[in-house]
Design a protein around this ligand. Structure first.
Ligand SMILES: Nc1ncnc2c1ncn2[C@@H]1O[C@H](COP(=O)(O)OP(=O)(O)O)[C@@H](O)[C@H]1O
Ligand SMILES: [Mg+2]
Length: 235
């Protein structure tokens, strides 16, 4: 019996059975082949990522990554260790050579795509609640950064998408890579710090976002954080 998994909000149906996860969708906007290609590429670069067992249009089957995601409950004493391991993962990912990555998520690709995309206006971040699509697009174009500090980015680096060994608090694997590609590192840093401070993840908070950036080794960039969170409204 396939057991339905309800945690993700990406739109695909996710289910699991006996150490295997199955992701299915017939929505043309959900590209599971792209996700599978990126998982496989990432594993080849030495970053722990779910192993792809089957991948074709509408279907992605992966081996279960052992462990527990950062979104599940962690003992208080382990939470800083999870945050540190997450920062270590981001550093390792962002240290991969950009020139070797075949997937392009630079602003030249993502901004035109966003400008044409549908937006779920009922699912906006609090600071943009009630905005129209036109206002979102205008703000996106007006605040687009002039330069990009390029790195290989996960693209949806939120706490449910990274799993950890509960004994060692080390990363056991990443999943949900359909937006992986070369982009400004703040694409990932904006999403991960939002995830660590979101109401739905109360075991973390501002301390965790500050600690993450400190361990990663950057000072907050409020302009880029705001822009990449806005860009994420279009995904
Ligand atoms: N290979 C896997 N190993 C372990 N857990 C997985 C795996 N694939 C999916 N999951 C679980 O299913 C959830 C949803 O899958 P995900 O690929 O993140 O879909 P969504 O796009 O809906 O977020 C994840 O947050 C995780 O809990
Ligand atoms: Mg997910």
């Amino acid at each position: 019996m396939w057991e339905s998994v309800t945690i993700g909000r990406g739109g695909a149906r996710v289910s699991r059975r006996g150490g295997v996860y199955r992701k299915e969708s017939d929505d043309p906007r959900i590209d599971l082949v792209a996700e599978g290609e990126r998982l496989t590429w990432l594993r080849r670069q030495g970053i722990p990522a779910a192993e792809v067992l089957d991948c074709r249009p509408g279907l992605l089957v992966t081996a279960e990554v052992p462990g527990r995601s950062a979104a599940e409950p962690w003992p208080v004493a382990d939470r800083p260790r999870v945050v540190d391991a997450l920062a270590g993962l981001a550093r390792a990912l962002h240290a991969l050579p950009v020139a070797d990555c075949p997937f392009d998520r630079r602003l030249a690709v993502t901004v035109p795509r966003a400008s044409a995309a549908e937006v779920d206006l009922d699912d906006l971040d609090d600071e943009r609640r009630g905005w129209t699509r036109e206002r979102l697009v205008a703000e996106l174009l007006a605040t687009r950064p002039r330069e990009e500090d390029l790195a290989v980015c996960h693209g949806d680096l939120c706490v449910p998408n990274v799993l950890f060994d509960p004994d060692t608090c080390q990363v056991s694997g990443v999943i949900d890579t359909d937006r992986l590609g070369v982009a400004d590192r703040w694409n990932d840093l904006a999403i991960v710090t939002r995830s660590l401070t979101a109401d739905c993840n109360p075991q973390y908070g501002p301390w965790a976002a500050d600690r993450f950036l400190d361990r990663y080794g950057v000072a907050p960039d409020p302009r880029k954080i705001a822009f990449y969170r806005l860009l994420d409204e279009f995904c």
